[in-house]
Design a binder for this molecule. Sequence first.
Ligand code: MG
Length: 486
Amino acid sequence: MSLPAHIGWVSILSLLLAGVSGAAPTPSVIVLFADDLGYGDLGCYGATAYATPNLDRLANEGVRFTDFYVSSPVCSASRVALLTGCYHERVGISGALGPASPIGIHPDETTLAELCRGKGYATAAVGKWHLGRPEPFLPLQHGFDSFLGLPYSNDMWPHHPGVKHLSPEERLKRWPPLPLLEGNQVVDEEVTPQDQRLLTRSYTARAVDFLREKRDHPFFLYLAYSMPHVPLFVSPEAEGKSGAGLYGDVIREIDDSVGEVLDTLVKEGIDDNTLVLFTSDNGPWLSYGKHAGSSGGLREGKGTCWEGGIRVPFLARWPGKIPAGRIVREPAMTIDVFPTVARLLGAELPKRRIDGQDLWPLLTAQPGAKSPHDSLFFYFLSNELQAMRSGDWKLILPHKYRSFEGKSGRDDGIPVEYESKDAGLELYHLVDDPGERKDLAAQQPQLVEKLLEKVEVMRQDLGDRLTSRQGNGIRPHGGTPQGRKS
Ligand code: MG
């Protein structure tokens, strides 16, 4: 019998012993990760223009979080936080890495895939990576047995509508051809608009194949959709299906994909032992008008630390283990996925410090379960600490931000300009005022002082360019230091 190299005899022995002792098997894990999907984009979060029956089913059969956050309102930073359980600033990756960026995750960091692989799990990444294009930083070098997908965002592409007015030579200077990768190899040198139409379906097919193949083996599947990041594309079959235009069709196709994943778990008899999580990497890219999602009434969107940029849907389902149909209103963040999975797998946490906390008590409605975080912190751009949340309160720190308020976007996929605005030292009560409209800083000076003390501790740990602090807890990213991009 030939076995994949990563399945050691120790792992097999531990699985057998678990069976003999009657201990519950550890769950397989699926993380479904949408790109730029807004807080208000799912039926179970208030969307009414189109239906999302499968994602609503995920919510109804599991738990739905109302106050769930990403570490940063932009792609690469958000992704590294999910996969390492650390604030992105701690592991040295901020912003969105460009196609020529020479950096990625440092080899000494432990990813969720490596954590799972360490317990004998089969691992697969499908979809958008965006954590480094050079080979040392691709998924196979960070714990995944296989990878099919794009190395970075689907808009870093010479066919982007925003560069259509340029000559072909000029477009290529702006963006190189966008490749599709299988493992470390380029299998399509130039993704075309026709190829983009099939991305969600191709990712889904690969994910379903993986689930069928691994039905008798514990696995970790990371399915990171390229959509609904602009430019938007759907398959011919999904066109017009939502009755709500292209954006609705794109969400509907993701919803169909989630349905196929859930149906496959049932068909293969592995539904009861698979934890399925769904979330998004940041809020909607509002400047794209009708090609952007909805923040669901939250303030601003992607690229800001207002709630519309950082608060995202989060659904978790594990039949029989996570009580069905519950809503959790406690604050949590994508960094918590890593330690939660570690606990379920009985895996040791990395020796290096991580920032996430175990969400299992909240997921399973244990009596008195509260947010495991005293505070959550939000960095954006190059090491700017722009906001923090503690309990029901959010403190905004003085910074410049891009605003879309009062503007209307176009309907053709071409973005309009943001306006630059200045935020002051502002305080909001997020339960009474989730839209961050009523600044209470002047009325609550003592509370502001107390929150600023927590901010100061964070500045000493992870730095803050806005107040010229050098953090002493920042670790290096992989690759050349000068390659760090904001
Ligand atoms: Mg994104």
